[in-house]
Design a protein around this ligand. Structure first.
Ligand SMILES: [Zn+2]
Length: 698
C-alpha cells in the first residue's frame, strides 16, 4: 500500500467515523453477519442413471426446532411430482409450459419416497400423507407430511433417513434432462420452513410449505449441505458449494462430493459436453482503492466494511458459445464487484455458472445458492447480434439472486417481489453502470435500447395492476405474476430512488441487505428497515402499490391561458356611477398601449390514492421554465397565474422520475400548437411508441 493510499484511507476512516457518530444508532449498528443460524443439515448420496434419467438417492436430514413450542409433524416438498401428470397443480396452472417452453409428451417426472425413518429405525411411512394446503387439489403430490412418535422440543433436533427414487422430467421448467445434459434442481425430499410466531408477521408458529405452483419459486431454511453424486465417468459436473472429493469408482462411474454451509438449496449439473473454465475473482485486482473509497463514501461506511473476498469461479460453457466466454466472464466479475460493493461481500468461496445447451434452455436463467444458469444463443456469436447484451443481463440478474434470494431468503411463494422485484431493480443499476442507462439491452449503429424503456412499454401497454405482494398463484391472469413481481416493483424502486436521491437510497438498501442477510425478510420488514434507514415513513408511498395495486397516474385536466379582459360594467367614480361596456373597455385598453395580462389555470390530477410528491414545469412565453413541487396529497390541484406572459406549455414530472406513473401521455400539454417553438414535449420516442401501442390495442 502506497503512503498516499494510506493517508486517503485514514482520512476516509476519520470522516466515516465522524459521520456515523452523527447518524442514529440503529443505522450504524449493522454489520455483515458471517453466517446463518442454520436450521437444517442435509447429507445426500445420489446416483444418476443417465440412461433412464433417474436418481436413486438416500438422505439424512437433521432438523432443529427453531420455535418455542414442541413440533410433532414434519412437512416436505416433493417438487418433482409437479411433473407427474396433468392433474398436478403445477400442470393445471401452467398448462404444461413455462416461459415459452413446453413439456414433452414423454417428458414426465416424479419422485417417490421409498423409506422414511427416524435415525433409530422407527418407520414414519405409515403416517405419510400428501397435503394440498393451497388449493385442496387431492391429485397434487408436491407436499407431504409425517407425524413423529414424539414431538421435537424447542431447540432440539430430529434426524431422518429417507430413501428416494426420482424420474427427472425432460427439461421445460428449470429442472431435468435434455439428451445427456442434466440440470438437477428441486430434486430431493426437502423440508418446508417451520416459522416461529413473530417471524414474517406470523401470529402462531407453523409450517410454511406450499405446493409447487406454475408461477412460484421457493422458500427454505438455511443450513449445511453435503452431497455425494455418482455419474458416468465421461460427464463434466458442477454443483452448489465446494468440491471436497472426487473418486473414480473403477466401474465407469465417478463420485463427486460437494459441501456448502449457509445455503438453503442445492443444485447440480452433469453433461459430457461442458467446456470447464476456471477463473478467480481476485478482489485486490478487480476493485481499485478508488472504487472502494467511492463505495465507502456513497454508503457512509468504514472502508473495512467494503472489502470483498476472492471467489473461485467455474464456468461450464457449451462449445458453441465459447466465442462469448469473455462476455460471460466479464459479467460475472462485474456482478461480484458491483453487488458486493453495494450490498456486502459475496460470502461463499465458489460460484458456478452453467451455460445450458440449446435443448436445455428451460433450465437457463435460474438461481441456486453459489450456482446459477445463464442463457444465450449461438446466434449472438455473430454481428450484429453481438450487440445484444442478453447473456450479460442474464448472468447479472441470476448472480443478483445470490443476494435477494440466496442470502435475503424471502418467501418466494408468498412475496416473490422481494426477490425478483428488488433483484430486477438491482440488476438494472448494475447494467446501467456498465452499459449506460439507455443501452442496457442493445447499442448498435446509434440505436440504443434500455431495460427501462422495455418495461415502461410493457407497463403502459399491458398494465396488469394487481397488488404486488400476494401469493404467486393468486394473480388475476397470465402475466400478472411476472409483471407485478419483476417489472412493477423495479419501477417502484426506481421511483423511490429518484424520490430519496441515489445516496440515501443506496444507504438504505445496504442497511436492508445487511440486517436481513442470512434471514427471511418479509415485505413489512423491508418497509420498516427502509423507513428507519431513511428517516422517512415510506409506507404511505409504497403501501398502496404493494398491498392494493393502486396505480399512479398524474395527468393534466383543463389548461387555459387567456388574455385578461379589461373590466366592464358599472363603476363608482367621483362623478358617480358610470357604465363601461366590454367593447369600450377593450378599445380603451388597446389604445392605451397597456401590455396584456394573461389568466392561466392548470388542473393537475392524480388517479387513485397515491401520494408521490411531483414536480410540475410551467413554461411561459419568453421565460425559462419554472418548476413547482406539489405533494400530491389531494386528488387534484388548481394552479393559477396572473401575469403578462401567456403559458406555452406545462409538463408534470418533466424528468420522468416517477417511473411508476402508468401513463406519461397525459403529463404534458402545449397550450396552443406552435410549430416554431421547440417541440421538446413529444420528442421522446417512447411517448410516440406508447401512442402507437395504444392505437394498435396491444
Ligand atoms: Zn430472477
Amino acid at each position: 500500500m502506497r503512503a498516499s493510499t494510506r493517508l486517503l484511507r485514514a482520512v476516509l476512516l476519520a470522516a466515516a467515523a465522524l459521520a456515523s457518530s452523527l447518524l442514529p444508532q440503529s443505522a450504524s449498528a449493522d454489520t455483515l453477519p458471517e453466517q446463518a443460524d442454520g436450521v437444517v443439515d442435509y447429507r445426500i448420496t445420489v446416483t444418476l442413471d443417465a440412461g433412464k434419467k433417474q436418481l436413486q438417492g438416500r438422505e439424512r436430514i437433521t432438523w432443529r426446532n427453531p420455535s418455542a413450542e414442541p413440533v410433532a409433524e414434519l412437512w416436505f416438498h416433493l417438487y418433482l411430482n409437479a411433473f407427474q401428470n396433468t392433474n398436478s397443480t403445477f400442470m393445471r396452472e401452467s398448462g404444461g409450459q413455462l416461459r415459452g417452453a413446453e413439456i414433452a409428451s414423454d417428458g414426465w417426472g416424479w419422485i417417490n419416497v421409498d423409506t422414511l425413518k427416524l435415525a433409530d429405525g422407527t418407520d414414519l411411512r405409515p403416517t405419510f400423507h400428501f397435503q394440498s394446503p393451497d388449493d385442496h387439489n387431492a391429485d397434487d403430490r408436491t407436499v407431504a407430511s409425517v407425524r413423529l412418535p414424539a414431538a421435537v422440543k424447542p431447540g432440539e433436533t430430529v434426524t431422518l433417513d429417507v430413501d428416494f427414487t426420482a424420474q427427472l422430467p425432460r427439461i421445460f421448467a428449470r429442472t431435468g434432462y435434455s439428451g445427456d445434459y442434466f440440470l438437477v434442481g428441486q430434486w430431493f425430499p426437502k423440508l418446508g420452513v417451520y416459522e416461529p410466531a413473530g417471524m414474517r408477521g406470523r401470529e402462531t408458529s407453523g409450517w410454511n410449505c406450499h405446493q409447487f405452483h406454475a408461477d412460484s419459486e421457493f422458500y427454505a431454511d438455511f443450513g449445511r449441505y453435503r452431497v455425494e453424486f455418482t455419474v458416468p465417468a465421461r460427464f463434466v459436473v458442477g454443483a452448489t458449494g465446494q468440491r471436497v472429493d472426487r473418486r473414480d469408482n473403477g466401474n465407469g462411474t465417478t463420485t463427486y462430493v460437494y459441501e456448502q454451509a449457509n445455503v438453503h438449496d442445492f443444485a447440480w449439473t452433469a453433461f459430457p459436453g461442458f467446456v470447464e473454465v476456471k477463473r478467480r475473482f481476485e478482489s485486490a485486482r478487480e476493485v481499485s482503492s478508488q472504487e472502494y473509497a467511492a463505495a465507502a463514501r456513497l454508503l457512509d461506511r468504514p472502508l473495512d466494511q467494503m472489502r470483498l473476498r476472492d471467489v473461485e469461479v467455474t464456468l461450464l460453457m457449451q462449445p458453441e458459445h465459447m466465442a462469448q466466454l469473455d462476455r460471460h466472464v466479464r459479467a460475472v466479475m462485474l456482478s461480484l464487484k458491483s453487488f458486493g460493493l453495494s450490498y456486502g461481500y459475496y460470502p461463499h468461496p465458489t460460484l458456478t455458472v452453467v451455460d445450458p445447451p440449446f435443448g436445455g434452455a428451460g433450465s437457463g436463467g435460474m438461481e441456486y445458492p453459489t450456482f446459477i444458469t445463464g442463457g444465450t444463443s449461438a446466434l449472438l456469436n455473430f454481428r450484429p447480434f453481438t450487440h445484444i447484451n442478453a447473456p450479460e443481463e442474464v448472468v447479472v440478474h441470476e448472480f443478483g439472486h445470490q443476494y435477494f434470494q440466496g442470502m435475503l431468503a424471502s418467501n418466494e411463494f408468498e412475496e416473490a417481489w422481494l426477490d425478483e422485484g428488488i433483484n430486477s431493480y438491482a440488476t438494472g443499476r448494475v447494467m446501467e453502470e456498465a452499459f449506460g442507462p439507455d443501452a442496457t439491452l442493445i447499442s448498435f449503429l446509434g440505436w440504443r435500447f434500455g431495460g427501462r424503456d422495455l418495461i415502461r412499454l410493457e407497463y403502459t401497454a399491458n398494465a396488469l395492476l394487481n397488488a404486488i405482494k400476494q401469493p404467486a398463484w393468486t394473480y388475476s391472469e397470465p402475466g400478472a405474476y411476472t409483471f407485478n413481481s419483476y417489472m412493477r416493483p423495479e419501477l417502484m424502486l426506481r421511483t423511490l430512488e429518484h424520490h430519496l436521491g441515489p445516496q440515501l437510497m443506496a444507504r438504505a438498501m445496504r442497511t436492508y441487505a445487511e440486517r436481513w442477510r442470512f434471514r427471511h425478510p418479509s415485505t413489512e420488514d423491508f418497509l420498516a428497515t427502509m423507513s428507519e434507514a431513511t428517516g422517512k415513513d415510506l409506507r404511505p408511498l409504497l403501501g398502496p402499490v404493494l398491498y392494493r395495486g393502486d396505480i399512479l397516474d398524474y395527468e393534466l385536466g383543463t389548461v387555459t391561458s387567456t388574455p385578461t379582459r379589461p373590466a366592464a360594467g358599472y363603476f363608482d367614480t367621483p362623478k358617480g356611477r358610470t357604465l363601461t361596456t366590454q367593447d369600450e373597455a377593450d378599445a380603451k385598453a388597446a389604445a392605451g398601449n397597456h401590455a396584456p395580462q394573461f389568466d392561466t389555470a392548470v388542473i393537475v390530477r392524480c388517479r387513485e390514492d397515491n401520494v408521490w410528491p411531483v414536480e410540475i414545469a410551467f413554461k411561459f412565453e419568453g421565460k425559462p421554465a419554472e418548476r413547482v413541487w406539489w405533494d400530491g396529497s389531494t386528488r387534484w390541484k388548481r394552479f393559477e397565474f396572473h401575469r403578462p406572459e401567456k403559458l406555452e406549455w406545462v409538463d408534470i414530472d418533466p424528468e420522468r422520475r416517477l417511473e411508476l406513473d402508468v401513463d406519461w401521455l397525459g403529463n404534458a400539454r402545449r397550450v396552443e400548437p406552435d410549430r416554431r417553438a421547440a417541440v421538446r414535449l413529444t420528442s421522446r420516442w417512447l411517448l410516440v411508441m406508447q401512442q402507437i401501442l395504444t392505437w394498435v390495442g396491444l
